[in-house]
Design a protein around this ligand. Structure first.
Ligand SMILES: [Zn+2]
Length: 463
């Protein structure tokens, strides 16, 4: 224990003076981002390779080359290979800082699963390819390049701009954002944060909507256990742990949690109605009525991605039962993964599942999950900044608030009381999202437009 805490404190104190190679700053803006992006993609920041600290040191070297003072660059973390970078671009201090956050760790990518080396920035006429080209090294590289640009442009914001590059998002955050919030809360204190989770949506190559993620669902794990005295399989009976469990699981399949719309989702569906046409537009509009017309609700609920925005969901994910092929099972256990709407209480979900299963012989238990976070407020400040920059870059494109069905570092920030918004201006084809998948890629045009979007968004929020 003692040795561990010594290692922890040593690493937190690690100065960036040992960041070795200098970088020379290209005068061309696109070249600047390209070099940073390429460098970042090519660090293997996976769980198996763990080059995360090298990656943040590399990013710090760009900031040093741009003239950032050592005191404004912090690198530290719970583990030597999981460094996090926090850099501060100083403003006049008349308002509380804003935080621009991105994670530099990526999910695994095997060379044999890909058509190209996932850790080399490859390109064709339209796309950049590589693990992290979208999730989340595009934003991380853009924030780094933009700090260099603000410095070069001698931009004076009215509040500090803090860039936090974290190292542990894909595997839970405990060595990344959580470590920073717990050990160095002063470093990332701010009025609001910009994070991943929002994208521009392209349809047939045309920008349709720029999404801003305001809320995230919370995962929770439940376990259902059926028990039985068992016996010899040559003497079967109707009471059987596997049958009892199977019956319970089908009840869960057939159960829909009630529709619950918060302000974010109401505005989101209103905007969905605007970018759709015909029956589909009418169906989205119907969601705002009270009560919601059942036919519209049924059509929209049939789509998994929309259903997940309407309600808490529960689904069977793991199964285990019996102990021998010639014995009546003495137990059967199923895991049910629940994605709760923000603000939900797992104990309420437990009561609901127990009621749905309706079999006192079955044990239903809550096995833990994410902490409950509330949606970030849809303030005039953030919405008008995003609208202004969106309209000037892509006239007529709708800004659409969204709730993520998965989780990011944003939930932890919201729990700490820092309103966090997932917005990137990175446009992607919504039918060809390759995040975490094979041949992850990003349109070159989208990368450079997102670069300008995020540059201008931070300016909009700091003047
Ligand atoms: Zn991500």
């Amino acid at each position: 224990m003692k040795i561990k805490s010594l290692v922890l404190s040593l690493f937190a104190l690690l100065s960036i003076s040992n960041v070795s190679a200098q970088r020379s700053i290209p005068t061309d803006d696109q070249q600047l981002l390209y070099e940073i992006y390429k460098e970042l993609i090519e660090y293997k920041t996976t769980t198996s390779e763990q080059n995360n600290t090298l990656a943040v040191e590399g990013m710090a070297a760009w900031l040093q080359a741009a003239g950032f003072a050592e005191e404004d660059i912090f690198i530290g973390g719970a583990l030597p290979h999981k460094g996090n970078l926090v850099a501060r671009y100083r403003g006049t201090g008349s308002r509380e800082p804003i935080i621009l956050m991105a994670h530099i760790d990526v999910v695994e990518a095997e060379r044999e699963d890909w058509n190209l080396d996932p850790f080399v920035l490859n390109e064709d006429a339209d796309f950049y390819y590589g693990r992290g080209t979208i999730d989340d090294k595009a934003m991380a590289a853009i924030f780094t390049a933009n700090l260099v640009r603000y410095k070069r442009d001698s931009y004076v914001p009215d509040r500090d701009i803090i860039v936090a590059l974290t190292s542990d998002e894909e595997t839970g955050g405990s060595n990344g954002i959580n470590w920073l919030l717990e050990n160095h809360p002063g470093l990332i204190r701010g009025a609001l944060a910009i994070n991943e989770g929002g994208y521009g949506l392209l349809q047939d190559g045309k920008p349709l909507a720029n999404t801003i993620q305001i809320a995230e669902k919370i995962f929770a794990t439940f376990q259902l256990t059926a028990r039985n005295p068992g016996g010899h399989s040559s003497l079967p009976r109707d009471d059987n742990a596997i049958y009892d469990l199977a019956e319970a699981m089908l009840k869960i399949r057939d159960f829909d949690f009630p529709v619950q719309l918060n302000d974010v989702m109401r505005l989101s569906f209103q905007r969905q109605a605007e970018i759709n046409t015909g029956q589909r537009a009418d169906d989205f509009r119907a969601l705002l009525q009270e009560p919601i017309p059942q036919d519209s609700l049924a059509r929209l609920s049939a789509e998994a991605a929309i259903n997940a925005q309407l309600r808490t969901t529960a689904v069977a994910t793991l199964l285990d039962g019996g102990h021998a092929s010639n014995a009546l099972p003495q137990s059967a256990v199923a895991t049910v993964n629940v994605r709760m709407l923000p603000g939900s209480d797992p104990q309420d979900v437990l009561r609901t599942l127990t009621r749905v299963v309706d079999n006192p012989a079955l044990e239903v238990a809550y096995r833990g999950g994410g902490r409950v976070s509330q949606p970030s407020p849809l303030t005039e400040e953030i919405m008008s900044a995003v609208e202004t920059v969106t309209q000037s870059m892509w006239p007529g494109v709708t800004v659409m608030p969204t709730m993520s069905t998965g989780a990011t570092d944003g939930a932890k920030m919201r729990i700490e009381g820092i309103p966090t918004y997932g917005v990137s201006g990175l446009f992607v084809d919504r039918n060809d999202m390759r995040i975490h998948g094979q041949d992850e890629r990003l349109l070159k045009k989208s990368l450079y437009e997102g670069y300008d979007f995020l540059y201008r968004l931070a300016v909009e929020l700091t003047r």
